[in-house]
Design a protein around this ligand. Structure first.
Ligand code: ADP
Length: 269
């Protein structure tokens, strides 16, 4: 049968009494679960036919005469089905992040090493069009899920690259203070108007639909980022000014922080 789900709140009441309010929310809960299952199943089922379509389109593009009137349409079809595939992949990632039965245990994630590799990927993505600067605390690791964390970092870095015009700079920072660890990406790109900020992490929400579609994203990146951060009890903080640039910062709590010994002390053992 369906599990019972309650929302319980305790309020101060008359004198030393307390008021306990128990609300049965199992219907709401089940509805959310049904939506999640539906999206996950639909995405999963769409994957196979798309792979077949993509495969045949590739074969056709390879075997067609370059002068054929079908070349352009075929290439466009391939582009679109490829795009559909990335949307479906993102939807699947999102639903795996949302499902309450997360697999595996959190472990030590060597963030400095990941960021070193990502710096190379970022330079490649930008084709040297931006100056990209990484400031990384080499002793700062994190307790968490490695692959999901990588996709948080990559999503924010690739957004910065995609929404920043040529020759502007992008700074990536990884540091800690008394409140916890922080991953921050600052760009000097197109920026985001205040009224959009609170909605950025909604699925498929895009500030400027036409322009965003040109940049090749799916509108799901920040929704994924938000869900992954929630699994880490971390928060996404966005500050931005239209036409000036944006800062996307992930705040990780102190209990996730792991301080690595520097390599000197390690090699002495
Ligand atoms: P998309 O695939 O469209 O980039 P995201 O979920 O990653 O989807 O981002 C949602 C929207 O937020 C984008 O469409 C874009 O309008 C805006 N956005 C995200 N990052 C930036 C940024 N660094 N600068 C300006 N706008 C951004």
């Amino acid at each position: 049968g369906m599990p019972r789900v309650f929302n319980i709140k305790l309020f101060p009441y008359f004198k030393e009494h307390k008021l306990l309010i128990v609300k049965d929310i199992h219907e709401l809960y089940n509805l959310a679960q049904i939506r999640r299952d539906f999206v996950a199943n639909a995405s999963h089922e769409l994957r196979t036919p798309l792979t077949v379509l993509n495969g045949y389109l590739e074969v056709m593009i390879d075997s067609i005469e370059p002068s054929s009137t079908w070349q352009k349409p075929l290439e466009q079809m391939h582009q679109q089905s490829y795009r559909m595939q990335s949307i479906i992949d993102d939807l699947l990632t999102l639903s795996s992040m949302e499902s309450e039965t997360i697999t595996g245990k959190q472990k030590q994630v060597n963030v400095p090493q990941i960021l070193q590799e990502m710096h190379i990927d970022a330079e490649q993505m930008s084709h040297g069009r931006h100056s990209i600067d990484f400031k990384v605390d080499m002793n700062l690791a994190l307790k968490g899920f490695e692959e999901p964390l990588k996709s948080v970092f990559m999503n924010l870095i690739s957004n910065a690259i995609r929404y920043t015009p040529e020759n502007k700079s992008i700074e990536v920072r990884w540091y800690h203070d008394k409140r916890g660890a922080h991953f921050e990406v600052q760009d000097h790109g197109i920026g985001i108007a205040q009224e959009h900020l609170s909605r950025l992490t909604e699925r498929f929400y895009r500030v400027d639909t036409a322009r965003s579609r040109d940049t090749g994203g799916t509108g799901l990146g920040l929704a994924i980022v938000k869900h992954i951060l929630e699994r880490h009890h971390a928060k996404l903080v966005v500050t931005s000014q239209l036409g000036i640039g944006s800062v996307f910062r992930c705040d990780f709590p102190n209990r996730a922080v792991i301080l690595l010994q520097d390599s000197d002390s390690e090699s002495r053992d």
